[in-house]
Structures are given as structure tokens and as C-alpha cells.
Design a protein. Sequence first.
Length: 483
Amino acid sequence: MSTTFNPADIWLLLPELAVAGCAMVVLILDFCLGERVRTALGWFSVLGLLAAGVLAAGQVGQRAAGFSGMLLVDPFAVYFKVIFLVATLLIILMAMPYLTVEQVGVGEFYAITLFATSAMMLMGAAGNLLSLYVALETMSVSIYVLCGYLKRDQKSNEAALKYLLMGAFSSGVILYGMVMLYGLTGTLDLREVGTALKEVPLTNPALVLGMVMLTAGFGFKIAMVPFHMYIPDVYEGAPTPVTAYIAVASEAAGFAAMLRVFFLAMPMLQVNWTMLFWVLAALTMTVGNVLAIAQTNIKRMLAYSGIAHVGYTLIGLVAGTELGISAMLLYVLAYYFMTAGAFAMVVYLCSGQVKGDRIEDFAGLAQAHPAAAFAMLIFLLSLTGIPPTVGFVGKFYLFSAAIESKFYWLAVIAVVNSVISLFYYMRVAMVMYMRESPSRLPVNRSVALAVALALAVLGTLVIGVYPGPFLEAARASVRGVLG
């Protein structure tokens, strides 16, 4: 592999550089500007993300490798870049009013979020185990800091510490799996690893151990059962915009990395890891849904709900076909809109002494604020998988992929779990529409939050009604990992 630096490779890195550059400018402006002007830093960050989105759109249809194969620009990378940019844009819109209510500094929050986003973009574009690991660690360290951003809040500190300990452990497990692959092949390039492993017996203990270590390590990153134990505490303790960021962006980055590694580096082991993920998918969706029933804190409920949705998403990996991976990528996008919208509603109810994170805090919302209650109802219906929302479309294609690949029992388990989830999602709707508010319901009125909720509702409904272009984009991106 050539290690000659080509200055033209910088052009392939422009979207990531735009996001990182915006983060550095935000830090400088935060230091130089007065308190009143700092509120504009959120909108400046949004502009930086839009600029990076334009640069990413310019890479549509390209297929190139830069930095000696460490960076790949293909439809798969571009698809996830757009997801990360849109996700971060929504999170920053949610964070603007939230940080004002909590009365904490804003500049560092936006900058760290942007640095984490640039790392996620690199994860989706990684063509080498080394670049993948560096991007993974950059993202992880940034999110550890964000989890503990409310320094005076004991729960926030606890969430950051738990995430740090579990994240460091899982990163070590992933690194150990990568070491196994490097020891067997002598290369870190994903495609070269895949080619070299064709000569290695499938029963080789080091190869099997490497696969298991990578499965466990990525399992921690995406909150897959049995590696999910820390997630509910982290979701509850972290600032709500950070919780949403972990749910919709961090886990999407984990899925992007998993797909790159398993389909490019270990395709010959597909029979082995297919059955492994079959069992893990069934366990993940069942454990997540069952434990969500008992929750009274909506952030913990959404944490277990998120674990269940990880199980649904893994169905696409189990199917392993073009339809399966396409459905998986579409569901990552679907989950982003409906979950980010639900967390935006928690921020909407965060005002003064009310945190908005208890299910009871939603009591009487339909009478006091009918439009907001209707938006929350749309997100809940989508999370359940009721048409015409994006959640229904995503599950339809995932279950279809499972049936097409003759994983009938996995499809049955997924349908049963969707029915179970109806109970705890509709409990929130019942509280909104059938209970009286004990007092005047305070809400967080903000233009930025209104824009975030509007975008989430539009994404949930538009993709649900007209999924064709989005599924086609997912299909085109699959060719980055399948061929």
C-alpha cells in the first residue's frame, strides 16, 4: 500500500474539515464575544452544518479513496454524512433553549458537538481499521464530555462517568478484535483484510476470537443486549439534547462502522455472524420492549425503546441482502426523526423547575398545547410502527427482508415486540389526552425548538408517505459495502 501523500486528497475531506473548522471558529467567537452575542453561536453552528451539507452533496455519485485508502468517498459514506449533519442540526436547535434554561455556557457545547460530528463522518468514510478506531475514539471522548456538561448536576456527572468507563472498556475490546485481524493478515486496510482472510481457515481460533471481540465492542457502542446495561442511566442523567444525540447519531455511527467492518473485512464469516446476530437481535428487541413497560421516566423509557429499535435494525444485518441492508439504512434515518422529535418534546416541557422527563409531566398537554401534543402523538405512533409514519415504512422493509431471506421466526418475534411496544407508547398518549394537568403547564417557547419539532414532524410524515427516494438512496449507498 502506497503511503505517498496526495494534496488532492484534502478535497475529499472538505465536509469534515468544514464541520471541524466551524467548531474552532465557535470556540474563538465564544471567547471574544459578550454574553448577549453568544446566543448567536447556535445559529452560526447551524450555518456551518448547512455549508458542510452542501459540500457533502457535491460528493454524491463519487467513488474515490484518499490518504492511502484510509478515507473512502462513496455513496455509503455520503449517506451517513448527510444523516450525521441533519441529526446534529436538529440537536443544536434543541440545545439552544435548553442551555438557556440550564444557564450553562454555550460555546463549548456547540464546539464539542461539532467535533463529535466530524468524527462520526470519518467513521462512516473509514476504509482502514486505524482511521476507524481514531474516529471512534474522537467521537467517544467528545460525548463523554457532553454527558457531564451539567457540572453541578450529580446525575449528569454519574452518566458521564458510567459512559466513560463502559466506553473505554468497549474501545479496548474493539481494539483487541482489530489486533486479531491485523495479526492474521498483516494489513489494516478493510478490503485487503477481507482478501487476505480468504486464505485463513474459518475455524482459526484467532479469527473467531476477532469476530467475537468486534461484535461485543460494537455491541456496546450501539447498546445491543447484553451490552446495554449502562444506557438507561446515561440517557436519564445526560442533558436531554445529548441524550438525543447519543440515540440518533452515535448509534448510527456504530452501525456504519459495523457494516464497513463485517462486510468488507469479514464477508467470509457471514454464515457465522448471521446466526450470532439473529440471536442478539431477538434478545435485544425483546429485552428492550419488556423493560420499557415498567418505566416512569420518559428518558429511561426511550432508552429501553432505543435498545428495542437496535434489535429491529439488526434484522437487516441478519438478512445480509441488498434489501436487508437498504432497509437497515432507511430505518436508521427513520429512527432519527421520530426519536429526535420525542426528545425535543422533553425539551419543550423543560422550563424552570420542571424537567419534563417524567411521563406525568405530559399530563394535560393536549388541553394546554394541542399542537405540541399532536406532534408527540405522531412520534409515538411512528415509534410503534403505525402507518402512515416513517416507523411503519422502516419496519415494513426490515420485516420483508427477514421473510425474503427465510428468517420467518425472527420476523414473527419482531411483530410481537411491535405489539408489546404499543402499550408503553400509548400510555404516554393517554396521559397527554385523558388526564388533567395538576397546574398550569409551563413550556419552553423558542423559535429554534419550534423549527426542530417542525423538521422532525415533516421527516416522520413525508418519508412515511413517500419513502421511494429515500429507499433508493439507501439502496445506492449499500453498494459501498456490498460491492
